[in-house]
Design a protein around this ligand. Structure first.
Ligand code: SAJ
Length: 420
C-alpha cells in the first residue's frame, strides 16, 4: 500500500496504539485529541497511559517524523474515529464525541477519502449517524467517499500484540468501502480480515463482549448456587471445562472495564424487548458487589464496634491501571456508606482513583478482614505470616480463588472463598 496520510481522532487506549502502528509502518499520521496534556506528551515521544511496550513504539513513531499530535484535523486520505463512546446514566450510548469528530471531518473531505469508525457503537451508527453527517460534504457515499466500521477488539494489557495478531472485521457501507479499508489494515494486521456490512460489524463487536458478560453471569449465578449447596464453584467450572465443548468463565466480584460492562447496554438500548437474557446477565453481574458486601457483613457479624476491611486491588482487572466500572470501586462505595465499616485500599497500579491507597503493612494493621478483590501479580508475594501478626481478626475473603487456601489456613487464618 502507498504511503497514506491518516488523521486519527482520539489518542486513547485504541487510537494511540493504532496511530503508532500505522506510523511505524510508513504512513503519515496526524493524531487529533482535545486534551492538551496528551498532545504535548505525544509530541515529546511520551505517553500518558499504561500499556506494555506502547512507550517504545510511540517514541519510534514520533522520532521517525511519521506521527504528530494536533488539536485540529487537516486534509488527509483517511480519517479514523477512535474516540470514547461512554454510557449515560440512562445506560444509553453517548455518541457526542463520535458526532463531533465526524462533523470535524466534513470541511476536509474530498473525493476518494476514507472514513473509519473504530469506536464501539450501537447497531446502525455508521448508517444512521455517520453517513448522514458526511453526506453534508456533497460527496456521494460509497462512490466518492468510503465509510466502514472496523471495531477495535484488543485486550488492554496485550494491545500491541493483539492489534497485529487478531483477526479483524471490516464492515463497509458498501463492498468497495470494506475492500479499501481492509487493504489499509493489511499494512500491519497479520490476522485474517473478514469483510461484511457496517451493521453486522457493529453487532459482532457488541456480541463478543456480550457473550463474555452472559458467560460470566452464568459463572456468578453458579457461584451463588454453590454457596448455598456447599459445592465449590471453581472446582465445578474447572471440571466442566474439561469437556471439549464447554468453556464456563470465572466468577468474581462483578464485571468491570469499559467494554464488557458497557457494550451489552448498546444492544439493550436498541432492542429492549428482545434482549431479556442480556439484561438479566447485566443485572446478575451488577449485583455482585452487593453480594460481596453481604458476605463481608456475614463474616464480620460478631465483631463489636467499627469493623476494618483491607481491600487488595481496586482496578477492574489484574495488572492494569484502569478503574473504570471496576466492581471493587462499587463495593468501596457500598462500604463507605455504612458507618459500621472502615476500609483501607492497597493498589499500587490504580490510577485516577478518588481514594487514598496504602502500603500493605499499614493497611492490614488492626484489620478484621483481608478482601482479595483483584488478583494483581504483586499479591503473589504477600507474606501472610507477617500479615497474620498485624491483623486484629484474621479473616481472608478471596473473590478470585487466588490465595493459597492450605497455606493461609495453616498459618491460622479463617479463609472464605466466593462461590464456595
Ligand atoms: N471477568 C470475570 N470473569 C472472567 C473473565 C473476566 O469476572 O472469567 C471480569 C474481569 O475481572 C473484568 C471484566 O470481566 O472485571 C472484563 O475483563 P476482560 O479481561 O474479560 O475484558 P476487557 O474488558 O479488558 O476486554 C474486552 C475483550 N473482549 C473479549 O475478550 C470478548 C477485548 O478483546 C475487547 O477488545 C475489549 O473488551 C473491548 O474494548 O471491547
Amino acid at each position: 500500500m502507498n504511503r497514506k496520510k491518516i488523521c486519527i481522532f482520539g489518542l486513547g487506549y485504541i487510537g494511540l496504539p493504532t496511530a503508532a502502528m500505522f506510523a511505524t509502518h510508513g504512513h503519515q499520521i496526524i493524531g487529533v485529541d482535545v486534551k492538551e496534556e496528551i498532545l504535548s506528551a505525544l509530541n515529546q515521544g511520551k505517553i500518558t497511559i499504561n500499556e506494555p511496550y506502547l512507550d517504545i513504539l510511540v517514541q519510534a513513531a514520533v522520532s521517525s517524523g511519521n506521527l504528530i499530535g494536533k488539536k485540529e484535523p487537516e486534509n488527509a486520505d483517511v480519517f479514523i474515529i477512535a474516540v470514547p463512546t461512554p454510557i449515560t446514566m440512562e445506560k444509553k450510548a453517548d455518541l457526542s464525541y463520535v458526532i463531533s469528530s465526524t462533523q470535524a471531518i466534513v470541511p476536509y473531505l474530498k473525493e476518494g477519502n476514507v472514513v473509519i469508525l473504530e469506536s464501539t457503537s450501537p447497531p446502525g451508527t455508521v448508517e444512521n449517524v455517520i453517513a448522514p453527517i458526511l453526506s453534508k460534504s456533497g460527496l456521494t457515499i460509497g462512490e466518492q467517499i468510503f465509510i466502514a466500521h472496523s471495531p477495535e477488539r484488543v485486550l488492554p494489557g496485550k494491545i500491541l500484540i493483539e492489534l497485529v495478531e487478531n483477526n479483524r472485521i471490516v464492515g463497509g457501507i458498501n463492498k468497495k468501502s470494506a475492500e479499501i479499508v481492509s487493504d489499509l489494515y493489511k499494512t500491519f494486521v497479520r490476522g485474517e480480515i473478514f469483510l461484511t456490512d457496517a451493521m453486522t460489524a457493529e453487532m459482532c463487536k457488541l456480541m463478543e463482549n456480550t457473550f463474555r458478560d452472559v458467560n460470566i453471569a452464568l459463572a456468578n449465578e453458579l457461584a451463588m448456587i454453590c454457596e448455598k449447596s456447599g459445592v465449590n464453584a471453581w472446582e465445578v467450572i474447572a471440571l466442566c471445562n474439561k469437556h471439549p465443548r464447554v468453556n464456563i468463565h470465572q466468577p468474581g466480584p462483578g464485571v468491570g472495564g469499559h467494554c464488557i460492562a458497557v457494550d451489552p447496554w448498546f444492544i439493550i438500548e436498541k432492542f429492549y424487548e428482545d434482549s431479556k437474557l442480556i439484561r438479566d446477565a447485566r443485572e446478575i453481574n451488577n449485583d455482585m458487589p452487593q453480594h460481596v458486601f453481604e458476605t463481608i457483613k456475614d463474616i464480620l457479624k460478631d465483631i463489636k464496634g467499627k469493623k476494618a476491611v483491607t481491600i487488595l486491588g481496586m482496578t477492574y482487572k489484574p495488572d492494569v491501571d484502569d478503574i473504570r466500572e471496576s466492581p471493587i470501586v462499587h463495593l468501596i462505595e457500598l462500604i463507605k456508606k455504612d458507618p459500621q465499616y472502615d476500609f483501607k485500599i492497597v493498589d499500587s497500579q490504580a490510577k485516577k482513583y478518588s481514594y487514598p491507597v496504602h502500603d500493605l503493612e499499614s493497611a492490614v494493621k488492626e484489620s478484621d478482614l483481608l478482601l482479595l478483590g483483584v488478583n494483581h501479580k504483586e499479591f503473589e508475594e504477600i507474606d501472610f505470616d507477617l500479615i497474620y501478626k498485624l491483623m486484629r481478626n484474621r479473616n481472608i475473603f478471596d473473590t478470585r480463588n487466588f490465595v493459597d487456601r492450605n497455606h493461609v489456613e495453616k498459618i491460622g487464618f479463617k479463609y472464605y472463598l466466593l462461590g464456595n
